[in-house]
Design a protein around this ligand. Structure first.
Ligand code: PMP
Length: 347
């Protein structure tokens, strides 16, 4: 990875007289605030801070990766006006890509597995993406949604403007986004006082890229992977083997059965496994008592951040990611019947 200056705006802001604005959708990505998680901080004696990635213009942590991947394809000359971006995604990356495609004049085609919440399909269609919902099969199967996306991009490559596979799992422009923006923003906003960074991995881009930047500034910053059950990443970090832990989990967008190119080589000090039952109680507590409406991966992150705070002891600054809001999970995490069927309780 190249070294980065601690500046975050992907491109310049526009200053018009006294009015300072973001010039467009792309300029509005990043520079999200750090928010103190009050109950968790007070309970642990640490400052547990959440980086409000749900405040990105497409609503999630994946807007950064979407723009960096598209920019990479543009800069390499593979994508020109009128071209097509294809991706296999369970949700937020597709949403980020669909926004950026509209902002840059590209078509967007998304392949997603059929075990995802219907809200995400609807959002993608509303944004104008062509959505293919395909049967959920393992990564080793050629009909896996990611592999179908790769083949589809190849079949369109002769089209006007070209066609590219964003390939979030193995395209390292994804983690570069976090090395060049998320990490520098956290370093700047904590005045270099961050002691640990905690995040769950889907592609691993957030954890690997942010972690690499923070370690480049201070090698003592602890990089902690949060993992739901039904994923192999906890075992990978603790034993080096990608054996799956027993699931399932109701979380979406996190956990993996393999080590992606984005995660490969990441310096991770520690891993924490979080059970859905703890995640559900925490997101409901934050909703009732502090007004937050978070998705499930944010709940996993904050449970693991609290665990890390207890491990380190009082007086430390622990930063994690507030990935997205609960709006996309009305039919699952915020559906009483759905939770009851899985014996999950909210307090
Ligand atoms: N939370 C949510 C809701 C996500 O959609 C994702 C991305 N799949 C992540 C967390 C994990 O981010 P990353 O891909 O950078 O590991």
């Amino acid at each position: 990875m190249t070294t980065a200056t601690p500046t975050t705006a992907p491109s310049s802001d526009t200053t018009t007289g006294a009015v300072r604005t973001h010039g467009n959708f792309i300029d509005a990505i990043g520079n999200t605030p750090l928010i103190r998680m009050n109950a968790l901080s007070d309970a642990t004696g640490c400052e547990i801070l959440g980086k409000a990635e749900f405040m990105n213009p497409g609503g999630s942590v994946k807007d950064r990766a979407a723009w960096w991947m598209i920019r990479d394809h543009e800069q390499a000359g593979r994508l020109k006006p009128g071209g097509t971006v294809v991706e296999g995604t369970a949700g937020n990356t597709g949403i980020g890509l669909a926004h950026v495609c509209n902002a840059r004049g590209y078509k967007c085609v998304i392949f997603m597995p059929d075990n995802q919440s219907p809200e995400k399909v609807q959002i993608l269609q509303t944004l104008g993406a062509e959505v293919h919902v395909v049967p959920t099969v393992p990564y080793s199967n050629p009909m896996n949604y990611q592999k179908q996306a790769g083949r589809h991009a190849e079949s369109l490559s002769g089209n006007q403007g070209g066609a590219v596979w964003a390939n979030q799992f193995d395209n390292t422009a994804n983690r570069l986004a976090h090395f060049e923006s998320t990490g520098p923003e956290i370093w700047r906003d904590t005045n270099g006082r961050v002691d640990a960074f905690v995040a769950a991995t889907g592609t691993g881009g957030t954890l690997a890229g942010t972690g690499a930047f923070l370690k480049s500034q201070n090698p003592d910053v602890q990089i902690v992977c949060a993992d739901p059950y039904g994923s192999a990443i906890y075992n990978y970090v603790t034993t080096g083997e990608t054996t799956m832990t027993p699931g399932p989990s109701i979380t979406e967008g996190i956990g993996n059965s393999r080590v992606t190119d984005n995660l490969q080589g990441a310096a991770i000090d520690h891993a924490v496994q979080v059970h859905d039952s703890d995640m559900v109680k925490l997101v409901y507590q934050l909703l009732r008592e502090e007004g937050w409406f978070f998705g499930s991966s944010t709940g996993i992150n904050l449970c693991a951040a609290a665990e890390q705070a207890r491990r380190m002891g009082p007086g430390h600054v622990i930063v994690s990611i507030l990935c997205d809001t609960g709006a996309k999970y009305q039919s699952s995490l915020y559906n009483a019947e759905f939770l009851a069927e899985r014996n999950l309780v909210t307090r």
